[in-house]
Design a protein. Sequence first.
Length: 276
Amino acid sequence: MTFSIVARAIDPDTAEPCWGVAVASKFLAVGAVVPAAVAGVGAVATQAEANVAYKGLALAHLDDGATAEVALQRLLEEDEGRDHRQVGVVDLDGRSASHTGAACLEWAGSAIGEGYAAQGNVLAGPEVLDAIEQTWRESDPAEPLAHRLLTALAAGDEAGGDSRGRQSAALLVVREGAGYGGRDDIAVDLRVDDHPEPIAELARLLELNELYLTASTEEERVPVTPEIEADLAAFAAAAGARDVHAWVGRENFEMRVADDLSWIDRRILAIVRGER
């Protein structure tokens, strides 16, 4: 009752590998059920009559060195309900595997290629999966994985998506050291649990995620001159903050302004200057 894409790519900013899952469904809180990923291990999506144990089991098999295909085989061998399951797996090196059980509700199917696995059930038709796969294969590797996954998911939705309608969507991307403050591997972990346009809402949340929960790149950093520092101090005071650092913390811009105020993200500077 869901469509998803699982993939591995190279992050364009860090040149490090990353793994992710994008999923949408006419199902409440699909992000609580389908996606799982661990940096340096792989990613998995479990759906249809989802066996949520697949998430931990698949990642454990991958962590033990199994390829995506071997991990999938082990999942299916251990599960008597395999004919009702649908699952996609991408491993450490981007090898992929996907299974659509014979008892999955129509239309159901899978597609795999180097670095990705796409799957869906109760879809409007095979054109949904075709759109996801084609959009992924034509996407620019220089784009962040989260954007590529979301664009592919949106293409599937535009092609008809879940035949029952829309309700929820989720996006999960992992990379070593990508989490808040660099202390875990979660680059993106967003869910839209109940919404009439969940994929559009997910896109809006992704923009906010990038502003608040990702660090500025070198290209986004503007050196703080005495003039800019004065502007910051005046802006913070007008906002009722005791100083610039307090304003930054209150507004959750810690990853967009240097601790020593040596630089500021150009988007934050635009806010200070009333340009956005």
